[in-house]
Design a protein around this ligand. Structure first.
Ligand code: MG
Length: 379
């Protein structure tokens, strides 16, 4: 290693700032486990090295899925902060191990921490985050946009917009308004948009007594896959559904980190998995989940939560450095769901694919005026 880079990575981290943001969104969205309307909430972390370089990370919790923004903020402010201040920029693995011991769960907070450490190390070393995660296997990641508006006409207008942008994959959020609404939308997609690839995600929305039959009805439309029809812990039912349908079954809420992946493989509950930094507790553990899946013969895609472009960037660098993630990504909120993203320049999407940034760190920084404007609390 270049001596100057080694010296830069030996700098200590002297600044640690947090903002809890509430960001306006363009529409209501319904999922099997809950709804989002009005705004979504994230926590932004900024680390500053003694030389003045800065690194940013985002926790993007959803209370009904991973945890609350208040828990993310408290984990970062009270329990993780002492593990970080005074440590060396280059000691990411040691800091992450200490953060894991300092507070249980709070995977979104740990995801924010690792993203900020990667961004900071990348900026002082002059390399992109994907280089720190093992090197790049792709320059662009096919983008899937989720359809979850209870107003189907509004989602049809969204399909026209994303199609014009070159997006060729949609994920239909199902299981929140009855079987007839799901079948009507699948028929509409098959009839009006035969060229669009369709995926279906129930977000745990089906009751055990109806789950097999409704999954079969959806499978008749031959989507790419059906995702998480039942509750996260219902492994037996997931296995039963998997055996009853002839399209791949994916696990999302059932698999957070590598520990869950071990169980999922042993129990045979899925053909693939949604890999998310917010579930795994950081990019490195997300890569581990993807590699465990691939080793067991399962597929993976790059999922997300209700995120800004900052968390999307972390996901894009992670997927860019993880060849085992072969089913594209879902980093669409910054462009298609938030009223106003917080990045200095738009999150890079072109021709229906996320374009992997090439600059140092994450490649794009947040606009601090926007962060301050949307902040509800800071520390
Ligand atoms: Mg999902």
């Amino acid at each position: 290693m270049d001596a100057a880079v080694a010296a830069d990575l030996a700098q200590t981290i002297t600044g640690y700032d947090l903002w809890h943001l509430a960001l306006p969104v363009v529409s209501r969205r319904d999922h099997g486990i809950g709804s989002v309307a009005g705004e979504c909430e994230v926590v932004v972390l900024r680390l500053t090295a003694e030389g003045g370089a800065q690194g940013f990370g985002e926790a993007s919790p959803w209370a009904v899925f991973t945890g609350s923004p208040e828990a993310s903020f408290a984990a970062l402010d009270r329990y993780i902060r002492p593990q970080v201040l005074g440590r060396r920029v280059g000691d990411r693995a040691a800091i992450m191990a200490d953060a894991a011991r300092a507070v249980a769960h709070c995977t979104e907070a740990k995801g924010a921490l690792e993203t900020a450490l990667l961004d900071l190390a990348g900026r002082v070393a002059g390399v992109p985050v994907w280089a720190l995660l093992g090197g790049k296997c792709r320059d662009a990641i096919p983008l899937s946009v989720s359809l979850a508006n209870p107003d189907w006409a509004a989602d049809q207008a969204l399909i026209d917009r994303i199609s014009a942008d070159g997006v060729g994959i949609v994920k239909l959020k199902a299981g929140f308004a009855g079987a007839a609404f799901d079948i009507m939308r699948l028929e509409s997609l098959a009839r009006d948009h035969p060229d669009i690839q369709v995926r279906v995600d129930f977000n745990q929305g089906l009751e055990p007594f109806e789950a097999v039959a409704r999954s079969r009805d959806v499978a008749a439309f031959h989507p790419d896959f059906i995702e998480q029809p039942v509750r996260a812990h219902q492994f037996g039912l997931m296995r039963e559904i998997r055996q009853a349908i002839d399209v791949p079954l994916l696990a999302d809420e059932s698999v957070f980190g590598p520990e869950d992946m071990t169980h999922a493989v042993r129990e045979g509950i899925c053909d693939g998995v949604s890999v998310k930094i917010m579930k795994s507790g950081g990019a490195a553990r997300a890569q581990t989940v993807a590699r465990m899946a691939a080793a067991a013969g399962l597929s993976a895609y790059g999922g997300d939560m209700f995120e800004t472009g900052l968390a999307h960037l972390a996901g894009a660098h992670m997927v860019a450095a993880t060849p085992e993630i072969t089913l594209g990504c879902e980093f669409y909120q910054a462009r298609y769901y938030l009223s106003d993203d917080i990045l200095e320049t738009p999150f890079p999407c072109e021709g229906g694919a996320v374009q992997v940034p090439g600059g140092p760190g994450l490649g794009i920084a947040p606009d601090m005026d926007k962060v301050q404007f949307h902040a509800r609390q800071s520390a």
